[in-house]
Design a protein around this ligand. Structure first.
Ligand code: PLP
Length: 315
């Protein structure tokens, strides 16, 4: 006979987590204890939006822009946040300060929540907000940053904008994850996905830029409007470099002088090989280097940063 199932009251989570602090239901808690219900539509249907901002050397970078994009996503999904924009800012500062991380990856999340009696009507759900800060992480390793990433252009099509509005930062990642596995099978380190017309869209957590003849081009449609992408455009404006949004075919990308990808998780990351072929001479290009340098210089520019007040160490 099978033993009767019993409820374990001494359950301890066997999974390792990075050290960090989360905020949930009015409390700061260790990130390992932050939970959403299995009945939350955020989990069951990916019915959620989020944003990720980073803290670099004790200061948030472009926090306003990240909160603004998050609030726009919440509104487009017809969700109602249980906290104000001011409270979000305070909560994110609190998570980072309590975590002690001077370089942090910070997420704010709104899920549809669960509906009483498991109603199928999303309007019946009570929307939830949570946030957390963990150590900073990057798409590219230190070595990849130095020598450039090796990328595969996959046959996977990014979820079309007519299905999911890509301006809303979302967890619909099965296409991106499928692309990553396809890239690994082909010897790539990360993936680029196509749009419905067969042009380059974006990759798992990043936008892409092509540099040719001193001018830059980035996909116009079907992509998240990345804050790093926007920062690159502003840097180009300041440096007097021409940048366009438009269609980028895989052939055009392969024929670029330089290619780089952009993300809050890593900043400006050079790509030196596409589908086993070197981009140009296979070296990190000078325009990529200049933009990367300026991007990190902007991390000390009062126009873009907001210092975190960490608790003073106990005597
Ligand atoms: N595209 C996708 C699908 C993303 O998830 C992300 C970030 O996570 C990006 C692009 C880059 O956006 P950002 O520069 O705001 O980090």
């Amino acid at each position: 006979m099978k033993p009767e199932p019993t409820l374990s009251h001494s359950y301890s989570d066997p999974h390792p987590y990075p050290a960090g602090v989360a905020w949930q239901d009015g409390q700061y808690i260790p990130v390992s204890e932050a939970k959403i219900s299995v009945l939350d539509y955020g989990f069951l249907h990916s019915d959620a939006t989020y944003d990720t901002v980073h803290v670099w050397d004790g200061a948030f970078f472009r926090l306003d822009a990240h909160i603004e994009r998050f609030l726009a996503g919440v509104e487009r999904l017809r969700m109602t946040l249980p906290v104000s924009a001011g409270e979000i800012r305070e909560i994110l500062h609190g998570c980072v300060a309590l975590s002690g991380h001077r370089r942090a990856y910070v997420e704010m999340i709104c899920t549809r929540g669960a509906a009483p009696y498991f109603s199928r009507d999303p309007r019946a759900a009570v929307n939830r907000f949570l946030a957390f800060a963990v150590p900073y992480g990057s798409v590219a390793s230190d070595e990849q940053m130095r020598r450039g990433l090796h990328v595969s252009v996959t046959d996977v099509t990014r979820i079309p904008p007519g299905s999911v509005d890509p301006r809303i930062k979302n967890y619909h990642w099965l296409d991106l994850i499928g692309g990553l596995f396809e890239a690994y099978d082909r010897g790539g380190e990360t993936a680029l996905l196509l749009d419905g017309a067969g042009n380059i869209a974006e990759g798992p957590g990043f936008n892409v830029f092509s540099v040719r003849g001193g001018a830059l081009l980035t996909p116009a449609a079907g992509v998240l409007r990345g804050i790093t992408r926007r920062t690159v455009m502003e840097i180009c404006h300041e440096l007097g470099l021409h940048v366009d949004e438009g269609a980028v075919s895989p052939e055009a990308l392969r024929g670029s002088d330089e290619v780089f990808i952009t993300s809050t998780a890593g900043g400006i990351m050079p790509v030196t090989r596409i589908d086993r072929h070197d981009v140009n001479d296979g070296e990190v290009g000078p325009i990529t280097e200049t933009i990367r340098r300026t991007y990190w210089q902007w991390h000390t520019d009062p126009r873009f940063i907001e210092e975190v007040s960490y608790p003073s160490p106990q005597a």
